[in-house]
Design a protein around this ligand. Structure first.
Ligand code: THU
Length: 386
């Protein structure tokens, strides 16, 4: 049974890299050195010492740089510079609030010092009382990938390892959570899907927003089970030439409902003054579970019309780059519900798998379900892409 969510901080609930670089720039300015964000980029994620020493090396500064002074400056200025800045990652606030409403216990388990964890919680738009327990790097001696911080959190929450789900974004953090015996959901905020799976993650999602749409602990548990039990880890081939990092998805029941709603809403925006035939489409990304919608857009030069499906597909590609199509919904006022035209099927073939689902829905609720290969058994695939 699911009783607790334990969150790592940086890369899971918040992204504090930018604010850290701003404080770093202010420190170097205080010793008369002009630094820019790029001077810190290769030092990120290497701890505070690495962060400052690395930037000083990059800048070629020796005197009067001192790590101890830089560290003291950071500590005194970070909490004030972060005030009024929002550093919450997508879904962070809603998953914590929803968990609390549903009686799921919440904890933070971060290797950062306690003062920084507190400042970050506030800058995420959360408060310390949103968590039943907050563990910082000061509470443990052995850092991740040791299991200590997660065991401490579980003891404080009074839950067993089968009752806790951990959210992590680094290989060391994932390993730590697995050593503690918990289920670990990895977020692709700072790690790619394959590395997360290799580190032992039970499920990989882009960010917390994918999992923040539940209204009971049972529903949250079902969502996590379904993302965990979907296809085996590793790259999956979609369409002609695309390898999508992971085929992980939200439970179909949620995904389908949301995608149909997105397609219906998109249909309201159809620009169809010539045909009067309004179409909405939505595609679900295989790697992220995200939904992209489109409507048909006609033109005085009739042949320039763009179908709803291609509108949705191109939007998905523009947003994700590497895109694998797991579900296509076509929403129309037609009866029976209209299928995608052959041109759109050929475009979709570039991104879909033969077993990708196509859901045709009409305004009066009629639904037809097909696989992609039923609608286009023989797509053209460029010889070098086969
Ligand atoms: N249309 C779509 O958007 N999707 C389809 O699957 C079939 C046709 C649009 C194109 C045009 O704007 C109108 O419907 C009539 O063909």
């Amino acid at each position: 049974m699911l009783r607790a969510f334990i969150f790592d901080m940086d890369g899971v609930l918040v992204d504090s890299e930018d604010i850290s670089m701003q404080v770093g720039i202010a420190y170097f300015a205080s010793i008369g050195v002009k630094a820019v964000r790029d001077d810190f980029r290769s030092s990120l994620g290497k701890g505070e010492r690495g962060f400052f020493d690395g930037a000083a090396a990059e800048l070629g500064v020796k005197e009067p740089y001192s790590y101890d002074e830089a560290s003291a400056f950071f500590r005194s200025r970070y909490p004030e510079m972060i005030k009024g800045v929002s550093i919450a990652l997508p879904g962070a606030v809603s998953i914590v609030k929803k968990a609390r409403e549903c009686g799921i216990l919440t904890a933070v388990a971060s290797s950062a010092p306690a003062w920084k964890v507190r400042a970050n919680i506030a800058a995420a738009g959360l408060s310390e009382s949103d968590f039943n327990f907050i563990a910082s790097g000061e509470d443990i001696i052995r850092n991740k990938p040791e299991k200590d911080i997660y065991e401490l959190a579980m003891i404080k929450l009074g839950v067993g390892s089968s009752e806790a789900v951990i959210f992590e974004d680094s290989a060391a953090g994932i390993e730590s959570g697995k050593r503690a015996g918990c289920r670990v959901v990895a977020l692709m905020t700072t790690i790619d899907g394959e590395s997360a799976a290799a580190a032992g993650a039970d499920a990989v999602v882009t960010d917390l927003s994918v999992l923040s749409n539940f209204s009971s602990a049972e529903e949250a548990e079902r969502m996590i089970e379904e993302v965990s039990s979907s296809e085996a880890s590793g790259a999956v081939r979609y369409g002609a030439n695309l390898v999508v990092p992971l085929s992980r998805k939200m439970p179909w029941s949620f995904t389908e409902k949301r995608a149909v709603e997105a397609a219906r809403k998109a249909m309201e925006n159809a620009y169809a003054p010539y045909s009067g035939f309004r179409v909405g489409a939505a595609v679900v990304s295989a790697a992220t579970g995200r939904i992209y919608a489109g409507c048909n857009v006609e033109n005085s030069s009739y042949g320039a019309a763009i179908c709803a499906e291609r509108n949705a597909i191109t939007t998905a590609v523009a947003n994700e780059g590497v895109f694998g199509l797991d579900l296509l919904v076509v929403f129309s006022e037609d009866d029976p519900p209209a299928p995608p035209c052959a041109l759109c099927l050929q475009v979709a073939a570039e991104f879909a798998r033969p077993e990708s689902a196509v859901l045709l829905v009409s305004a009066d609720g009629k639904t037809r379900r097909h696989t992609f290969s039923e609608l286009l058994p023989m797509p053209f695939i460029f010889p070098t892409m086969r």
